[in-house]
Design a protein around this ligand. Structure first.
Ligand code: ADP
Length: 395
């Protein structure tokens, strides 16, 4: 019997899937629905990269719920399975807490544990878990696997994982968890092909998308990262503020009477590129806009990225390679140049032409530090983990 495995990345306004052969892991198709709740848009590609017809997904309405959208997507996937049976689904789950150091089969106790983590990732975790619930309702016998964005960082030394807070809070799990781990895991696996022996050296990966973070690696393991207890810390993001003096929050509570819900909205939805530019959370829009506010948002994004790259250097003892990935990292030559210019003192030197072309290697011939642009592939990490955990069901 031929089988297939589905990787599902359920976000706040998007669903991304990859369908792969259960036996070999080869990709059969990728598909995504973006703009759920606003202006839903479906697109899909077959294994040859050619677009696939949307079938009933052409008629997605603005008011179609997440659950119905996933139902329609699963119906469309059924039509693409051909002679194959869907054998398992692997999910991206943003928060796995302190104990999930690797992917796990989802059981009712695991699900209860993951629900308890919703307050730590209020923007992402509810959507990840809702997708698991929907699939369990419609396909109760289908094995489901959770792959966590936090797991990759559990290799970090304790001093990178704790806050300077009273011990009792640390023991309650108020720790620096770190995120984007599936992306970093993929990049770590891709490094040897590009860096040879240097792949096991001192590498910083900059995952710059709507969410953005840095990971400092040695031996392709996470040593330090910029996101902390939640996905708010660290770099400036599309709508999130990144590192912020906690005194600002006290001030807003004490002087403006803001409550927790208002502060959550401020930090997760109204800040970052959107807040500074007063225009958009989208880097492409900001680059096209010529307002001083948009320029300031871009400047702050790059300056914070450069200074936080530098702040990670002691953890790995220097730098052999800097890798850019995700939407901005893979596509925006001007942003990469702005960041790298501020790291020139360290030796980072770009080849302007290679950078403009988004080439995999964008450093100048005499740069002591390699600078790479590598596309990330979180779904392939999910597929590999799901195949490994459900191997008995795949033949
Ligand atoms: P998500 O975190 O939602 O997966 P992505 O990794 O897709 O996000 O990154 C989205 C960001 O990448 C947006 O800010 C978008 O404007 C930016 N981006 C994509 N392509 C370009 C480009 N050519 N130039 C500048 N920014 C880009």
């Amino acid at each position: 019997m031929s089988t297939a495995i589905l990787a599902l990345n359920a976000g706040s306004s998007s669903l991304k899937v990859a369908l792969c052969c259960g036996q070999t892991g080869a990709t059969l198709l990728t598909a995504k629905i973006t703009g759920i709740g606003r202006a839903p848009r479906f697109s899909a590609k077959g294994k040859d990269g050619a677009p696939l017809p949307p079938g009933p997904l052409t008629t997605l309405a603005t008011d179609t719920t997440h659950e119905d959208t996933l139902g329609l997507l699963m119906g469309w996937i059924d039509t693409q399975l051909g002679h194959r049976t869907l054998a398992a689904v692997g999910h991206r789950v943003v928060h796995g807490g302190a104990h999930h150091t690797k992917p796990t089969l989802i059981t009712p106790p695991v699900l209860a544990e993951l629900r308890a983590l919703i307050p730590l990732a209020p923007l992402h975790q509810p959507h990840n878990l809702a997708a698991i619930d929907t699939l369990a309702k419609h396909h109760p016998d289908l094995p489901q696997v959770a792959c966590f964005d936090t797991s990759f960082h559990r290799s970090q030394p304790r001093l990178q994982q704790i806050f300077a807070l009273p011990r009792a809070l640390t023991e309650r799990g108020i720790l620096r968890y770190g995120f984007h781990g599936l992306s970093y895991d993929y990049i770590a696996s891709a490094l040897p092909a590009h860096l040879g022996a240097r792949a096991d050296g001192r590498v910083i990966v900059a995952h710059l998308g709507n969410g953005a973070s840095l990971c400092a690696m040695k031996n392709r393991q996470s040593v330090a990262t910029t996101m902390g207890f939640t996905a708010l810390d660290g770099l400036v993001m599309g709508r999130r503020c990144g590192t912020l003096d906690p005194g600002v929050l006290l001030y807003l509570m004490q002087h403006d009477g803001m409550d927790a819900a208002q502060i959550e909205t401020l930090l997760y939805r109204q800040s970052g590129l959107l807040g500074v530019s007063d225009l958009s959370n989208n880097m492409r829009d900001l680059q096209a806009a010529n307002t001083p506010e948009a320029q300031e948002a871009i400047g702050l994004f790059a300056t914070r990225a450069a200074s936080q790259i530098a702040s990670l250097l002691p953890a790995i003892g220097g730098l052999d390679a800097l890798v850019f990935t995700a939407g901005i990292g893979e596509n925006s030559a001007p942003i990469r140049a702005l960041i790298c210019d501020q790291l020139h003192w360290l030796g980072v030197t770009l080849d302007a032409q290679a950078n403009a072309a988004n080439s995999p290697r964008i450093h100048a011939a005499d740069s002591p530090i390699d600078v790479l642009v590598l596309p990330t592939d979180e779904e392939s990490v999910i597929i590999a983990a799901t195949r490994a955990l459900t191997a008995a069901k795949l033949d």
